[in-house]
Design a protein around this ligand. Structure first.
Ligand code: NDP
Length: 335
């Protein structure tokens, strides 16, 4: 059972007299910077001079270069994409860190896989919202919360955990709950969803399309049944509103029987073994090594994989049905 912290367990005063530096003003950066300022904290934004910086200035923040914020702030929220963090640290952050600074990451990846060398004198913590940036801001404004995971990698001050909780409260997460976690756990659940859950769902959707089209069904009708009708979204929504299994009751008895009786056959032992292999690659750091090499080589495999899916007949059917997709999307977004 997870330990979950709420507003009463966290004290924003821990951050009094500490300057908060938000590095990056994108999805998470903007939302967290605004929430922290509205929680009464002194927030600086670090970004290069471009549209993000213009947005931060028009939101009323002091905007400086990343290296300047690294020098001036005491608590740095690292809210730039994970892939660019190692190079940005080497060039603009690590040389300017002060002893007793706090580094707060929103993802476990770079710390768990040791992609960023850091001094021992600082605290290294994680506050990772389980929510997209826009909703992080909207929920805060509505006085509502959202889940986040917190963790401590390095506790030089003896105060790292309290600081993580204070940040979780200042960005509005403890209104719903901050779950005690770790960099390892956050990186693992994130990567395993990306490498097992979503690709399995994607691949099964493609297989559904391929098999039915092979057996003579019209590709446009199959694509509409698959995702363009919006039923997919309704099922996902019902998993939250009704419950993961209980939503099955919204389907006919024939559907319930078909789903429950055939599920195991769709996931044979070979798939279970592959899921374990993918998890082993994540936990051993083998994937992190492979991904680093792919990036250093200019992403040749990623580009080739993209070309494959763009050439798939499902992409062609979707292009033909673009008007329908827009209408269904609007209908579902409006509900
Ligand atoms: P974004 O892609 O929205 O970040 C954009 C920001 O990063 C901009 O300020 C951009 O500035 C800056 N940036 C991009 N490239 C560089 C670079 N090479 N050098 C310096 N700055 C750069 O990131 P997210 O908000 O999506 O993610 C931030 C962190 O939050 C990540 O660790 C992510 O894993 C985590 N996270 C994200 C969630 C989400 O919903 N997106 C959810 C939970 C956690 P510019 O391009 O102007 O330099």
């Amino acid at each position: 059972m997870a330990t979950i912290y709420h507003d009463n367990d966290a004290h924003i005063e821990v951050l009094n007299n500490r300057r908060i530096g938000v590095i990056g003003y994108g999805n998470q950066g903007r939302a967290q910077a605004l929430n922290m300022r509205d929680s009464g904290l002194d927030v600086l934004v670090g970004n290069i001079e471009d549209d993000y910086a213009i947005q931060a200035k028009s939101d009323g923040f002091d905007v400086m270069s990343i290296s300047q914020v690294a020098r001036e702030a005491d608590v740095l929220l690292i809210l730039i994409p994970d892939e660019v963090q190692p190079a940005v640290f080497e060039q603009d952050i690590t040389p300017h860190l002060n002893a007793q600074d706090v580094l707060c990451f929103a993802s476990g990846y770079n710390i768990f896989f040791r992609q960023i060398p850091l001094p021992d004198t600082i605290d290294v913590i994680m506050v990772a919202p389980r929510m997209i940036g826009q909703a992080v801001r909207q929920l805060y404004e509505k006085q509502e919360g959202y889940p986040c995971l917190i963790g401590v990698d390095r506790d030089a001050s003896g105060n790292a955990h309290a600081t993580a909780l204070a940040i979780a409260k200042a960005i509005g997460a403890t209104r719903l709950g901050a779950f005690e976690s770790s960099f390892e756990e956050e990186a693992t659940i994130d990567l395993f969803a990306e490498q097992m859950l979503w690709p399995a769902i994607n691949r099964l959707c493609m297989l559904y399309f391929e098999k039915l089209v092979d057996r003579g069904c019209d590709p446009d009708i199959v694509a509409t049944e698959l995702h363009l009708s919006g039923e997919f979204l309704e099922i996902a929504r019902a998993m939250i509103t009704e419950g993961f299994f209980k939503q099955l009751k919204l389907h006919s008895h024939t559907s319930q029987y078909g789903q429950l009786s055939r599920g195991d056959r769709m996931i044979p032992d070979s798939v279970v073994n592959e899921a374990d292999a993918v998890l082993d690659e994540i936990k051993s750091g083998e994937f992190a090594k492979e991904w680093k090499a792919e990036q250093e080589n200019g992403l040749p495999t990623l580009k080739a994989l993209w070309e494959n899916v763009q050439a798939h007949p499902l992409s062609e059917a979707e292009a033909r049905l673009d008007d329908l997709r827009r209408i269904v999307a609007k209908a579902h977004l409006d509900t």
